[in-house]
Design a protein around this ligand. Structure first.
Ligand code: AMP
Length: 217
């Protein structure tokens, strides 16, 4: 099974992917994590991506598509993948359509986690990420057991530079102008399933699982 988790930054794609990957035995592939990993390792790709990430803009399509293509071609995705943060533009969506055909596979669904801008600003301003395993936490909604320390791997928690308020507004603007048009693209393809993304993490997971089970028919 191959799934896209679609939604604005802070809509909970990463949190839901974390919950679903073990349940469905799928590989979680998040382009934002891949860029951050590259940045940590100071690769050329990471340093290039940073110049876009810092302003809330998108990394160019050719670079992003090439990175994603390499990632999903690895053997650990052979049982299927959950894409998180990709595609974000129409050319990326078209590249993904071509990619799955080339891999003799298909996309099963695009789950659109719908959250209001107001709620997103609230969530991102308190979000903390683990430097080690990228698990997301929140100062108020999902605090770690020990302040500043990841519950999963013991890594250090930090606030992403692009979760600062000015950049969050720019990222939301990028979502509405460049990414939201994909809603029509996937609706027309019969793949879009809307999930109400506000509420408790476990409630949203239950909604997502119901949607996935309906696909399996
Ligand atoms: P995320 O962790 O998904 O919020 O992504 C963080 C940043 O990485 C975004 O604001 C973009 O600058 C960049 N990025 C992640 N995924 C993509 C993508 N599919 N296309 C272009 N840029 C991306």
């Amino acid at each position: 099974m191959n799934i896209v988790l679609f939604g604005a930054p802070g809509s909970g794609k990463g949190t839901q992917a974390d919950q679903l990957k073990s349940e469905l035995n799928l590989q979680h592939v998040a382009t934002g994590d891949l860029f951050r990993e590259n940045l940590k390792n100071e690769t050329e790709l990471g340093l290039l991506a940073k110049t876009y990430m810092d302003t809330g803009a998108l990394v160019p399509d050719d670079v992003t598509v090439a990175m994603l293509k390499e990632r999903v071609s690895r053997p650990d995705t052979s049982n299927g993948f959950i894409l998180d943060g990709f595609p974000r533009t129409l050319p990326q969506a078209e590249a993904l359509t071509a990619m799955v055909v080339e891999m003799e596979q298909k996309l099963d669904a695009v789950l659109y986690i719908k959250v209001s801008d107001e709620e997103i600003i609230k969530r991102l301003s308190g979000r903390l990420i683990c430097r080690g395993c990228q698990t997301p936490f929140h100062l108020h909604f999902k605090p770690p057991a020990k302040e500043g320390v990841c519950d999963s791997c013991g890594g250090e928690l930090y606030q992403r530079d692009d979760d600062k308020p000015e950049t969050v507004r720019a990222r939301l603007n990028t979502f509405h102008t460049q990414t939201a048009p994909l809603i029509d693209y996937y609706n027309d393809a019969g793949l879009l399933i809307e999930i109400e993304g506000e509420g408790d993490v476990s409630e949203i997971k239950a909604r997502t699982m119901t949607a996935i089970k309906s696909l399996k028919g």
